[in-house]
Design a protein around this ligand. Structure first.
Ligand code: 9MR
Length: 546
């Protein structure tokens, strides 16, 4: 079949589809309503893609800029899924991707006026959480009861993890810092909508309030996670009543917390009226967590024997130290934080929950004009653009025209790609939109998750003609509604197939085809807050910049 972005394109965007190589050497675009041809072009040269075992040709219909609904037609193949060309074509997608967080809110009922058919009872109040033995301190011995409500469920499970909350919340706050005009106009119909803060900030605050409660006020340390001992069953969130624990203080949790609270402190500064004192409190919380991490620089998270939920354990912490230092530098203006970053030694990598150095460079690059003379501005720009250059080069060589390499097909590969897009978009912006390829490569990344991939699925629930229908997501499975909760990006192809014991029917072992649209597949078809965040960012950016 023809692989194409099933949602569509802004009129000015580069527009590509992938066609299996066959006899046809040309394609046409037809109006989806009238069937009339509107464009005829040659297909690109056939090229093999080793990760999918296909030989494919690119159809480039960038020349078509007239708003409308269309399909691609190639002799001998079924017509493509329909797609739109339209200004602000990702508006609904962007609102949906943010709304997914609302649907995963812990400790609150979702009301029909906000959640429609996905209304549900409140789950996991988290007002009586026990301090686990691994987290005991003099001030809070084992069994101490603390209250840490709100926050988002991490993914398809019902636990809450600080490390993964860090990058997820950051990416939403960065989207707001980078594209404020866009988000001022977005209305996701949240309970807080219309309170004078944009919805993206309102949604981030639901999680930030929880994160604040995960800090021990006695010493500034931050618990690694709030969790059951074992995963809940595939039930609605109000059903489980297992005891909840906060588990071990970790250096990674403290640093990710410090970084995000530093960002949140500057984001909240203009909203004193809505949340008096919160900005200052966040800044203090960030500095206290930083202080704790200085005193405990190598407390790697180690899963206690009686806990089996997600571990998000990371043993390399130079990037976490640097990210926290960078955000504290931007927020406080203290040069000592810039030095603490060790900028000369910090590479820029594509961001992920365990590799956050790239976030430091992204924030520094965005705030460049406001930095003190201590900052090496040329270095900051170079770090972002050299990473973007590598991604752009991979993209331009790729038969599918995606920045993904074979080694990028890991657990959550779809989000690897969208984080690559975030870097490319950032490089495009800080280069005053001059460098060719950055914007096009980012557009290609979004095209891929919306259908221009080897599986032909749109990897976002509720969007596109052929979306994922059976994500590993407890509410989607248990609510009795056939359509899954919308707006979620599933993890995507992952040849690791760590769930193969439960899911014997993977269609292929090839990296780009190791995907199963079945609830069993937590390794290829789960949803997660860190995967949705770059979808929010990238869909906003591509509409704002084109
Ligand atoms: O996204 C995480 C991935 O990078 C890891 O390889 C995987 C196994 O440790 O865990 C993923 O995170 C899961 C977390 O541990 C628990 N909630 C669901 C997350 C997404 O599958």
């Amino acid at each position: 079949a023809i692989k194409i972005n099933q949602v569509g394109f802004p009129p000015a965007a580069q527009k590509l589809a992938v066609v299996p190589a066959g006899k046809a050497a040309a394609f046409i675009v037809v109006d989806a309503h009238t069937g009339k041809p509107v464009l005829r072009e040659k297909l690109g040269e056939p090229k093999p893609w080793d990760v999918s075992g296909e030989t494919v040709r690119i159809a480039d219909f960038t020349a078509l800029k007239t708003p409308g609904r269309y399909r691609l037609r190639v002799a001998g193949l079924p017509d493509s899924a329909p797609f739109d060309i339209q200004g602000n074509v990702y508006r609904a997608l962007n609102i949906g991707a943010l709304k997914a967080y609302y649907y995963n809110r812990a400790s609150t009922a979702l009301l029909p006026q906000h959640a429609g058919i996905y209304a549900r009872a409140a789950g996991h109040p988290d007002t009586e959480v026990l301090v686990h033995a691994s987290a005991a301190s003099a001030g809070r011995p084992e069994g101490t009861v603390i209250s840490a409500p709100k926050g988002w469920y991490d993914a398809g499970d019902y636990n809450k993890y600080i490390v993964n909350s860090g990058i997820s919340t950051y990416t939403l706050l960065a989207a707001w810092e980078h594209f404020p005009q866009y988000f001022k106009a977005q209305d996701s119909n949240l309970p807080e909508s219309g309170n004078g803060m944009p919805d993206i900030v309102n949604e981030a605050l639901w999680n930030l309030d929880w994160m604040l409660a995960m800090q021990d006020p006695g010493d500034g340390g931050v618990y690694h996670k709030l969790t059951d001992k074992d995963f809940d069953g595939m039930v609605m969130p109000d059903q489980p009543h297992a005891t909840r624990y906060v588990v071990q203080k970790s250096t990674a949790a403290a640093l990710d917390f410090a970084a995000v609270m530093a960002v949140a402190s500057r984001v909240m500064a203009p909203f004193e009226r809505q949340r008096p004192g919160l900005s200052a409190r966040m800044r203090q919380a960030a500095e206290a967590a930083w202080g704790w991490a200085q005193a405990h620089p190598d407390q790697i998270y180690r899963q206690p024997a009686d806990i089996v939920t997600g571990d998000y354990s990371d043993s390399k912490l130079a990037d976490e130290f640097a990210w926290a230092a960078a955000e504290l530098y931007i927020t406080t203006g203290k040069d000592s934080y810039y030095q603490a970053m060790r900028p000369g030694r910090l590479p820029a990598g594509v961001p992920s929950w365990g590799n956050v150095g790239g976030l430091a460079w992204i924030s520094l690059a965005h705030h460049l004009p406001r930095l003190t003379p201590a900052a090496d501005k040329a270095l900051i720009t170079r770090r972002i653009t050299s990473l973007a250059d590598q991604l752009r080069d991979t993209w331009s060589q790729s038969p599918y025209r995606v920045p993904l390499k074979k080694t990028d097909f890991v657990w959550g590969s779809n989000a690897v790609l969208l984080n690559q897009a975030m870097v490319l978009l950032h490089a495009y912006r800080i280069g005053r939109n001059q460098q060719p390829g950055y914007l096009q490569a980012a557009q290609s990344a979004l095209d891929y998750v919306l259908g221009r991939n080897a599986t032909g699925y749109s990897f976002v629930t509720g969007f596109g003609a052929h979306p994922a229908m059976h994500p590993h997501h407890r509410p989607s499975e248990a609510d009795g509604i056939s359509a899954p909760v919308p707006g979620w990006l599933v993890g995507g192809p992952n040849p690791g197939q760590e769930d193969i014991k439960n899911c014997k029917s993977y269609p292929s072992a090839l990296p780009a085809l190791s995907y199963l649209d079945h609830v069993c597949s937590y390794a290829s078809n789960e949803v997660a807050i860190n995967w949705n965040a770059p979808l929010v960012y990238v869909s906003a950016a591509l509409n704002s910049l084109q």
